[in-house]
Design a protein around this ligand. Structure first.
Ligand code: HEC
Ligand code: HEC
Ligand code: HEC
Ligand code: HEC
Ligand code: HEC
Ligand code: HEC
Ligand code: HEC
Ligand code: HEC
Ligand code: HEC
Ligand code: HEC
Length: 284
């Protein structure tokens, strides 16, 4: 039997006056938004007017109509006998994924730690009942959102040397991290060969006749902390020599390491990122 407006008006008024309802509907019959709106008029109107409702309506009115039930689960029983116990208040990520398969799948590529640690879509996004006032319905602006779980990385941006200045400020976590694995900011580019870094630091791009191998092997983060550091140039060690000697412990005896002048390796090996003229990286 199809739900009709009069049936629902009757249902609603029966609920209002506290009558026990007899089931009048097949439990598996789809319940569209308009039916939910009979009883949840304000909630439904706010959803339709909100960011999710508007985004859905642009794609198709039909998706919008079935969205309430997709998120909250089969609602036939709930409509017949409304209560908080026969409806799912908080949908899991697999429910979102039933409409957003691409976004869910991409997460394995860039930040597999999220799905593996059961970080849910709704940990980062609002469902759309209220407009959180951010882009992409994020619960908080990106820096605060990410920082709410990643305190250490967020705090690093407050250190004396961090990604704060220049044309790209303010740097959001999402400037570098794409949590959905779309576009160009995939995990390998991020962690591997410096592709992400050289998209801005083009001068460090090479290709060099004499590249400094660590860059090719482990990327910029071998020597730099991408988030921030107490050391100038966001280096991982306070003294440059300590950084270099981790790999070059066997540096020739011509280097008298007791001298401060010699320990400032970058003063002579100025082409630390690679050289086109000198295999010893002494000049660009
Ligand atoms: C016949 C009226 C009626 C219809 C139709 C109806 N509901 Fe409800 N719904 C209620 C009542 C009554 C409650 C219980 C409110 C309470 O006890 O606080 C409720 C509770 C809920 C809750 C739980 C809220 C909470 O606090 O946990 C959700 C979610 C919900 N409804 C979603 C829906 C959706 C989605 C639809 C359409 C698919 C729908 N409802 C259709 C009357 C209705
Ligand atoms: C994207 C998933 C999603 C969709 C679509 C959705 N909801 Fe919800 N709804 C939620 C979540 C999650 C909550 C819990 C409250 C919160 O986090 O905002 C909720 C809360 C509710 C509540 C309880 C409200 C309250 O103030 O406590 C009702 C009633 C409800 N939804 C009805 C609906 C109706 C009707 C529709 C269709 C117009 C709908 N929902 C569409 C996810 C969704
Ligand atoms: C019934 C299908 C459906 C369900 C279920 C659904 N969505 Fe959506 N959602 C859409 C459509 C359609 C759009 C608009 C097209 C797009 O951006 O993919 C959209 C858009 C969005 C947007 C972008 C909104 C904007 O402001 O641009 C976000 C974020 C989002 N959904 C998150 C979620 C989350 C989180 C859940 C689960 C709690 C969810 N969706 C469940 C269909 C759905
Ligand atoms: C609800 C908590 C939570 C939120 C919010 C969150 N993360 Fe995570 N994130 C985790 C967990 C848990 C892991 C896996 C364990 C770890 O590395 O701490 C993780 C891992 C990561 C990793 C490491 C790569 C990986 O997959 O292991 C990156 C990068 C990351 N998150 C970036 C972000 C960004 C960017 C944001 C904001 C858009 C964000 N996270 C928001 C919980 C969260
Ligand atoms: C760790 C936080 C986090 C989690 C978990 C997360 N998202 Fe997102 N989502 C974001 C951020 C941040 C963006 C903005 C895109 C960007 O800047 O990379 C976004 C963008 C989106 C968009 C595109 C909005 C647009 O207009 O282009 C959709 C749709 C979306 N997310 C859906 C989902 C779904 C579905 C899930 C669960 C499978 C999910 N998200 C889980 C943080 C998250
Ligand atoms: C300038 C680009 C950039 C920005 C901006 C950035 N990150 Fe990262 N992040 C990276 C790189 C590169 C790595 C890989 C580091 C490595 O492998 O040593 C990384 C690694 C991570 C990890 C994994 C750490 C681990 O030990 O496995 C997390 C979590 C993370 N970032 C969170 C964040 C958060 C939260 C923000 C915003 C407060 C942020 N990032 C901003 C580039 C960035
Ligand atoms: C979105 C563009 C962008 C990305 C991506 C980016 N940077 Fe930067 N970086 C900048 C800007 C802008 C500055 C500030 C330059 C200034 O202060 O003049 C900067 C500063 C730095 C500095 C300090 C420079 C100094 O003179 O003290 C280092 C080191 C650095 N970045 C390394 C990296 C590394 C490593 C990565 C990859 C993990 C990276 N950057 C990714 C734009 C970017
Ligand atoms: C072997 C260690 C090492 C690697 C790998 C490395 N750097 Fe550096 N980088 C340094 C040192 C040391 C300095 C400081 C030079 C100085 O103080 O004159 C520096 C300085 C910088 C600066 C600021 C000064 C300048 O020359 O503009 C930027 C920006 C920078 N590096 C970016 C990068 C990027 C991007 C990558 C990856 C493509 C990278 N670095 C890889 C060691 C390294
Ligand atoms: C992660 C390890 C690593 C770090 C850190 C590192 N290097 Fe290297 N460097 C290498 C490797 C590997 C080579 C390739 C030649 C070799 O096998 O010695 C190389 C080559 C060089 C060369 C050319 C050597 C030659 O035989 O022609 C110079 C000069 C050099 N590095 C200086 C430095 C300086 C200065 C620093 C600190 C700013 C530094 N390196 C940091 C691994 C490292
Ligand atoms: C005063 C200038 C100067 C300083 C400072 C300096 N070097 Fe050198 N380095 C040279 C010259 C010149 C050569 C080539 C001749 C040679 O092999 O002694 C060289 C060669 C090298 C080589 C390749 C040959 C070898 O000795 O293994 C490495 C590696 C190297 N330096 C690492 C370092 C490191 C690490 C530091 C900092 C602790 C450093 N250098 C500081 C001038 C300098």
């Amino acid at each position: 039997m199809r739900r009709t407006l009069p049936t629902l008006l009757i249902l609603a008024s029966m609920v209002a006056i506290g009558l026990v309802l007899t089931p009048v509907l097949a439990a598996d019959e789809p319940v569209p938004l308009d039916t939910c709106a009979m009883c949840h008029d304000e909630v439904a109107a706010a959803f339709v007017a909100g960011p999710h409702g508007r985004a859905m309506a642009k794609v198709s009115k039909d998706i919008l109509q079935r969205s309430c039930e997709t998120c909250h689960g089969p609602a036939g029983k709930h409509v017949d006998d409304p209560s908080t116990t026969n409806i799912n208040r908080h949908p899991s990520s697999s429910v979102c994924a039933s409409c957003h398969a691409d976004r869910a799948g991409g997460m394995e590529l860039t930040t597999p730690g999220h799905p593996r640690n059961d970080v849910q879509c709704l940990d980062c996004h609002s469902p759309g009942h209220k407009d959180p006032g951010t882009e992409h319905m994020l619960r908080l602006p990106p820096r605060q959102l990410c920082g709410s779980c990643h305190q250490q990385e967020a705090a690093a941006f407050q250190l004396p040397y961090a990604h704060r200045e220049g044309a790209h400020k303010p740097f959001a976590c999402t400037t570098c991290h794409d949590v959905h694995g779309e576009g160009e900011r995939g995990r390998l580019e991020l962690l591997g060969n410096g592709g992400l870094c050289i998209s801005c630091h083009t001068g460090k791009a090479g290709p060099f006749v004499f590249p400094h191998p660590p860059r090719e092997v482990d990327g910029c983060v071998t020597c730099h902390d991408p988030h921030g550091s107490v050391n100038p140039r966001q280096l991982k060690r306070h003294e440059v020599a300590d950084l270099c000697l981790e790999c070059h412990a066997d540096v020739s005896v011509n280097h008298n390491l007791s001298q401060a002048r010699v320990r400032a390796c970058q003063n002579c090996h100025a082409a630390i990122h690679g050289s086109n003229r000198d295999p010893r990286l002494l000049s660009e």
